[in-house]
Design a protein around this ligand. Sequence first.
Ligand code: GLY
Length: 579
Amino acid sequence: MIQPLNTYFPSNPMMQKLKSGMIQTLCLVMLLSVNFNLYAQTYGKNGMVVSDNVLASEVGIDILKKGGNAIDASVATAFALAVTHPEAGNIGGGGFIVFMDSAGIVTTIDFREKAPLKATPDMFKDASGKLIEGSNHETIKAVGVPGTVAGLYLTHQKYGKLPWRELVQPAVDLAKNGFPMTWGLYRVALNMSVLDPSFDIMANYFRNASGEIVQPGEIWTQPALANTLALIRDKGQDGFYRGEVAEEIEAYMKAKGGIITKEDLEKYTAVERKPVKGTYKGYDIYSMPPPSSGGVALIEMMNLMEQADLQTIEFNSTAYVHLVAEAMRRAFADRAEHLGDPDFNPDMPIDRLTSKEFAKKRFDNIDMEKASLSDSSKFGQLYDGSSTTHFSVVDKAGNAVSLTYTLENSYGVGMGSSKLGFIFNNEMGDFNPEAGITNSSGQVGSNPNLIAPEKRMLSSMTPTIVAKDGKPHLIIGSPGGRTIINTVFQTVLNVLEYNMRIDKAIEAMKIHHQWLPDRLMYERHLMSPDTRDALEKMGHKLYGVNNLGVLMGITYDPVLKIYVGAADSSSDDGAAVGY
Ligand code: GLY
């Protein structure tokens, strides 16, 4: 029989203190057992999924529990995110996977979108040759040939374990049966309802059968998306790139003035590529090669930081922020000048840019007293879409996946066939729009990233795995357009150099410099006024923002043999789930 607690604790002060301690411990144990999300870090002995949406993380964990490997869990999580995190989770966009298997072999899968066959270098210009503002981001011609389904399919064919159907089914269920509308999605739905009605799919996207916007907590179903996902489940890659989905994509494009055809879809292939590799003080860093610029820039900056005596520079002091910003400025200048799709630019100097000698030269010309100038007569970069999503996965055997994929802008181009239920990307905006035009506002005109049919546009996505002794030590990535490279860079540095817990490394102040425009972005609530003033005196042009990065990371504790995961607190619905 259960006695009232007081009967076990006589009323002397010592016993009462013990009682209150036990009650607190009991409450803590109960809370921990029902809610994985109460604490910034999450632990797992057998595996971990950290994504921008808790339901998608749980889908991945369920697959691991069924005996799937990290690739299986990633495929299932990616499809689930296309339903539960439609701002960036997608089947209408593209992305990259970095995969380290349990033997320590690392490979990557490139499923970046491609320019359609009818694309031309001048497609976003008017008859007089002038760039039509916004046309490379806000019109149906901004859509690149989607790569996500092909990328997930190829990855599964090569490295998956469970049947494909079992990995797509959870997403079909989520779309068909629905899930409770979250406040994060609801806020977007309210914003979208006042958007331009030409964003056809968005106008009805978040509405229920009575035409009302689905309220927080109300079940939101997506029957058209469920049908499209069921075709992908049953037919694999062909369920998207051939047959009725491909027919409808072509018909929709034709009706709206787009240029993607069935031929584009049939010809699309994802590609396996060798990762870029760097080292930092005994760690091996693996990341995405071109057509992402992320890995090359990350390794260049890590090499540069290795040159500095960081023991003598206080973390986040003026000198530290200056040094990090100067590293960024240089890496972004090199990115602008040299990088593009490797299938069109076979001679990119990747080995040089990622070498220790090059970093030494780059480090030696940093003046620790004053900011360098970004010279717009050479090269620079535009900002690009900040809505992408990253997730990190690891399984019991030590297979690790770092996956970032995107629609470019939040909800991509905002258009898509309501018969298919998904939104198209607006990734064509990641190409350089005008040959030879590079200016201080940030437009770049270098050759490697000009538009050509079937070319992949340069990306900043930086899915990364850091290994120690051939085992994954850190799995990390983020959305954020060009800020991705820098938020991943700083988080990697925080873990490797400062041995920070993953949640602290993610939450610590981030800055961003991308050469052009010449300004230093910083998280305004995290930088002291003194540091800001001192940086301004050195010549930096400061620009405060509320947030940089939505990082999703996992670290491995080799002593305790546990995985430790954390989702950035700036994610509305993100969660690390371990088991
Ligand atoms: N769309 C963002 C990127 O690929 O960098």
